[in-house]
Design a protein around this ligand. Sequence first.
Ligand code: BTN
Length: 234
Amino acid sequence: MIAFDIRCYDRLESTQDEARRLAQSGAAHGTVVVAGEQTAGRGRLGRTWISPPGNLYLSVLLRLDLPPRRVAELGFVVALAVADALDRFLPGRARLKWPNDILVDGGKVSGILIEQAPAATIVGIGVNVRANDDGKSAITSLASAGSAEPSVAVARTAVLDALARRLQAWQSGGFTAIRDAWLARAHPPGTIVHVSTIAGSIDGRFAGLADDGALLLDTDGGIRRVMAGDVLIG
Ligand code: BTN
């Protein structure tokens, strides 16, 4: 099982950047960077991740010897681990949205950003524990969703424990069981989804995940595979 070496900071521009610096200076597999707030937190697709105090911001440095075609699997492993961890606060309520979003009552409570560095993968996890004050209704937090006095420290421990377990299961058992567990927490097959990709948008019905984690969409033109994009449900 992975052993985490946790480094805590009050404030960073982005835990991703600090983890990358540590990776470049030879830090080990399992190094974790945690910040109380971020001044330049970032999300997927070049977006900003608003990072006030009161939430969980961490990046985990992994040194995995993975062939490139398997790197996409990691996002599902991590999303599932975060959903497991949130069961501690809101049992059974965290749902997964392709590719790596964690939702509660339809609002995004956590996001995952996976970046490559030389000889390392940096897994960034943000969980809205108490703060979600950017005014967007599509964002929620554990507190807003009804968890009584959720704690950032408890969330951090729960996320890292669950991540260690899911990584172990993935490395010893492969992607199939992870994919099945992910699907059990995702939008049901047949759900109408709208996907925006850099090549344009696609409407269809959710038809599961391919072996490599691609989104499968049942469209008027047949089954389409999507490797990167954003999903809107309904
Ligand atoms: C997304 O859903 O767009 C991904 C959000 C990832 C946010 C986390 S917070 C910790 C780490 N540091 C960052 O700057 N981003 C990730």
